[in-house]
Design a protein around this ligand. Structure first.
Ligand code: ADP
Ligand code: ZN
Length: 619
């Protein structure tokens, strides 16, 4: 059997994606490979398919238990014998698994890096025929990455111990030059075939909004109301933010759950499962959430705060749209986010490291933060900003991000800002935005006379500026900390830290923009559900229900049974026999044997109940 047949038989896919075929060819010709591909590009297939064609066993070193478990479940579902060996198993279970492995039961074994050192495992490895060692999330070997795992360094020794050097294949989504060199050198790859597929993920729409704290809440609530059926992640910088936002959404009846390191293990696991099993459509979380989560139908990732680096951002935002469907990545920025991150970085602790190295890391962290801030502030194409950072030459503006759909104008309003400060001083911090704005405009309002504002020096000082711009200015000053807006029922404007403004160091630049006229069709690139008619949607819902029932029976996340894309294709082609069902992308032979009949029955029953309704239309 050749690679293409394996892809169809086990995974149900018709053709390889960009990069996959070459990587597989190189492996099968006996070469080491290093593949740098973005999340969702399909790295797993690149080692799983050759693993089935190589004579011996493939060991996959993977950093996370949950990731291994997911992969092994998926493989077993596809009808491939695989196992994992990590600390979630007892010693007896490990002994048993290795016993099976020695008998040649498994083609693919996932193993935690720490295990490579254990005597038991080493004994097994020395006696078994190991054709390939695959290093997943290979960037964990690099000290300069954020996910450095010292135990990854042990992989090299392990390989050196083996009687015959296996093929070594390494995979990562981190593309910076330093990390790439580290992987090549530290893993001692031999003449590796290096594949870097484009980092662009065309199905992701990037957007940045500059908002104050309260506006962020409003934005999130509004967004979720507009996208009620979408699954999404909202990342916050701190646990406190997570708890507050979670409460807020929960009160509004959003099916939401939360995740951070302060929640006890058991609840945290349950919350994560609620999200994965589609019981809660939204999860509010710190960056502790998401490692090892393969949920494919995440439709949006909103960052409530700016993360610490582009690496973090791209990884977290990249959890959207793994199934290739269009999804949104929205970052809500306020100047305060920069302060919070600086604070968090200062608190960062380093153990057993030289002073010099620590200094170097701090320097890098600061640079990373600076680049991240640049992303939030750029007025040009967001996608190109990301691609350039990861070393890809920028193309023309993408026409598929928030900035490409806006016209920006920046205005230096420092002088006006000083008047705002004067006015707030004159109100002695007792009044809200509307009185301050009215005063500055010199408005003729009874309320202003009543509070005596007409006698202020600042009364009418900004009479030539329009009201909307004054509001933008006040928002901007709040984000930069010059003004503080109190909370409560009657929020008032008070003075913040104005030293930088006072001694003339700082400028206050207000970004104004207008949304460009973008044809709706272009703005919202089609999703595959768009081709479904209302009858098609109904069937889709029925198939999703069936999938949920099966997922419960099998104790498996729904997306491992079939992903949304596969279900949608079923709604479009309405397969009612074996051949048609196997033609659907994502339906391999094993899954067909296990579930095909039940899905076909549902489809047949649906056609009988709705004899004259088309489920899809061309758009
Ligand atoms: P990565 O590890 O690169 O983030 P995955 O290996 O999880 O990506 O693959 C992402 C999704 O793409 C999975 O649902 C996978 O089954 C699917 N996929 C991979 N290769 C193909 C292919 N050739 N055709 C269709 N779907 C594919
Ligand atoms: Zn763009």
């Amino acid at each position: 059997m050749d690679a293409e047949n394996i892809l169809k038989k086990y995974f149900g896919y018709d053709s390889f994606r960009t990069g996959q075929e070459n990587i597989i060819k190189s492996i099968l010709s006996g070469r080491d490979v290093l593949a740098i591909m973005p999340t969702g590009a399909g790295k797993s297939i690149c080692y799983q398919v050759p693993a089935l064609l190589l004579s011996g066993i493939t060991l996959v070193v993977s950093p996370l238990i949950s990731l291994m478990q997911d992969q092994v479940k998926s493989l077993n579902e596809a009808g491939i014998h695989a196992a994992f060996i990590n600390s979630s198993l007892t010693e007896t279970q490990i002994a048993k698994a290795l016993d099976f492995a020695a008998k040649g039961v498994y083609k693919i074994i996932y193993v935690a890096p720490e295990r490579l050192e254990s005597d038991r495992f080493l004994r097994f490895a020395l006696s078994a025929a190991i054709s390939m060692v695959t290093v997943d999330e290979a960037h964990c070997i690099s000290q300069w990455g954020q996910d450095f795992r010292p135990s990854y360094l042990k992989i090299v020794d392990f390989i050196a111990h083996l009687p015959d050097r296996p093929i070594v294949s390494a995979f990562t989504a981190t593309a910076t030059a330093e990390v790439k060199t580290d992987i090549e050198c530290i893993l001692r790859l031999q003449r590796p075939d290096i594949t870097v597929t484009g980092f662009d993920r065309e199905n992701l729409y990037y957007q940045v909004e500059h908002l104050t704290g309260k506006q962020k809440d409003h934005f999130v609530v509004n967004y979720i109301e507009k996208h009620p059926n979408d699954s999404g992640i909202i990342y916050c910088a701190t646990r406190k933010n997570v708890d507050t936002l979670y409460e807020n959404l929960f009160k509004r009846g959003v099916p939401v759950t939360s995740y951070h390191a302060g929640i006890d293990n058991q609840t945290r696991k349950k919350n994560q499962d609620d999200f994965i099993y589609d019981r809660a459509s939204v999860v509010v979380a710190t960056n502790a959430f998401g490692m090892g989560i393969d949920k494919s139908n995440v439709r949006f990732v909103i960052h409530y705060n700016m993360p610490q680096s582009m690496e973090n951002y791209y990884q977290e935002a990249g959890r959207a749209g793994r199934d290739g469907e269009n999804s949104q990545c929205i970052l809500l920025f306020s100047a305060q986010d920069v302060m919070i991150n600086k604070f968090l970085l200062e608190k960062k602790e380093f153990e057993e490291m030289e002073e010099e190295d620590i200094e170097l890391i701090r320097q890098r962290d600061a640079n990373r933060l600076h680049v991240m801030e640049g992303y939030c502030k750029t007025t040009s194409c967001l996608r190109n900003y990301i691609l350039e950072y990861f070393g890809e030459r920028a193309k023309t503006p993408c026409d598929n991000c928030g900035n490409c759909h806006r016209n920006y104008l920046e205005a230096d309003m420092t002088d006006a800002a000083k008047w705002v400060i004067n006015c707030i001083a004159e109100t002695r911090g007792r009044y809200g935005q509307s009185i301050v704005t009215g005063t500055l405009l010199g408005a003729n309002r009874a309320r202003l006379r009543e509070v005596g504002a007409t006698a202020y020096r600042s009364y009418g000082a900004l009479e030539d500026v329009n009201e909307k711009d004054i509001r933008l200015l006040i928002d901007q000053m709040e984000r930069e900390g010059y003004i503080v807006q109190t909370s409560g029922e009657y929020p008032v404007l008070q003075m913040g830290d104005i030293s930088a403004l006072k001694n003339g160091e700082a400028r206050v630049v207000v970004r104004k923009f207008e949304e460009k006229e973008v044809p709706e069709a272009r703005k919202k690139k089609a999703r595959s559900t768009d081709s479904l008619t209302s009858a098609g949607y109904k069937l889709f819902e029925e198939l999703r229900q069936l999938r949920l029932t099966i997922a419960k029976e099998e104790g498996m996340p729904p997306y491992i049974i079939f992903n949304d894309k596969t279900l949608i294709e079923m709604c479009v082609t309405m397969p009612e026999n074996r051949q048609d069902m196997l033609a659907v992308s994502g339906v391999g032979e094993n899954k067909f044997r296990k579930y095909g009949q039940r899905f076909m029955d549902t489809i047949t029953a649906f056609s009988v109940a709705h004899p004259n309704s088309a489920t899809a239309s061309n758009i």
